[in-house]
Design a protein around this ligand. Structure first.
Ligand SMILES: [Mg+2]
Length: 281
């Protein structure tokens, strides 16, 4: 994995943001488009099952198509190679990316929150989705400047062997590339598989429910806590408050890692939890 230039004196811990369902409401439109390809794949496997987008979502939230299709092929007694998995993965990615680029829109609340968080954290994206799909989503949601391509880590494209959350590999690779210990990072995740992935990499996690359908929120919150989330916020404002609380511990871990607090003091001063009630403005 590429390793971005280390910036000496950058006193900020790393905030690792999940993308789908966390920064934009892509899960529902992605599953609408993915269902068409998944059902064609099921027919290819000889299955008589055909899923609705909601059935697919219940089975696959937080996982990528590669992971799901590999399991489906295995259940049908086939190998990824003899079902032509790579071609199916490419087809699904193209169909979903095209649909997301046509349906997602900027969300001013998310943009403002991410902009505020960037004052105190080095931002990165940690996702199971492919980089091409992420790029389309960040462009149409207006987040590409805040979260540019060099800050994105994909379980599909950034690792020697493609994988998917809940495998912790993508989080482990992201903190290694950023040069921070896991305890000097904080992950934000909307799905249990993502929380499991980050927690298994030793990274504290805050859950977010901003784009979870209201009827599913209490169940999702319980799932996120059970998977290892330290706390769960129903919106970005509460995630910012949780991040403010987590920031000092992350900063401490960063100073422990490099030794000495002298050049970190300005960052402690910049974050002013007392005057803002813990929420940076
Ligand atoms: Mg997600």
């Amino acid at each position: 994995m590429r390793r971005p230039d280390h910036r000496p004196g950058d006193a900020r811990p790393a905030l690792l943001l999940d993308a789908d369902g966390t920064l934009f409401p892509s899960e529902e439109p992605a599953f609408e488009a993915s269902t068409r390809v998944t059902n064609a794949f099921l027919r290819e496997l000889g299955s008589t099952e055909q899923w609705t987008p909601d059935e697919l979502r219940q089975r696959a939230v937080g996982r990528n198509f590669r992971s799901l299709a590999t399991d489906l092929a295995r259940d049908a007694g086939r190998t990824p190679r003899d079902v032509g998995l790579e071609a199916w993965v490419a087809r699904e990615q193209e169909v979903v990316t095209t649909h997301l680029a046509a349906t997602l829109r900027p969300d001013p609340e998310v943009t403002a929150a991410v902009r505020r968080l960037a004052r105190h954290w080095r931002l990165a994206v940690v996702s199971s989705s492919a980089l091409a799909r992420l790029d389309a989503c960040f462009r149409v949601t207006g987040l590409a400047d805040l979260l540019p391509p060099e800050s994105r880590y994909s379980a599909q494209d950034s690792l020697p062997v493609p994988t998917s959350k809940p495998d912790p590999a993508v989080y482990t690779a992201a903190v290694a590339a950023l040069g921070v210990p896991p305890a000097a990072a904080l992950a934000v995740e909307d799905a249990a598989s993502g929380v499991t992935s980050a927690a298994a990499a030793g990274i504290p996690v805050v859950g977010i429910l901003a784009f979870v359908p209201p009827a599913e929120r209490s169940r999702r919150a319980a799932d996120l806590v059970a998977a290892g989330a330290r706390t769960v916020g129903k919106d970005w404002e509460l995630v910012e408050a949780a991040a403010a609380v987590a920031h000092l511990a992350a900063l401490h871990a960063l100073t422990e890692d490099v030794g000495g607090i002298a050049d970190r003091a300005p960052a402690l001063a910049r974050w002013s939890p007392v005057s803002t009630g813990g929420v940076p403005r």
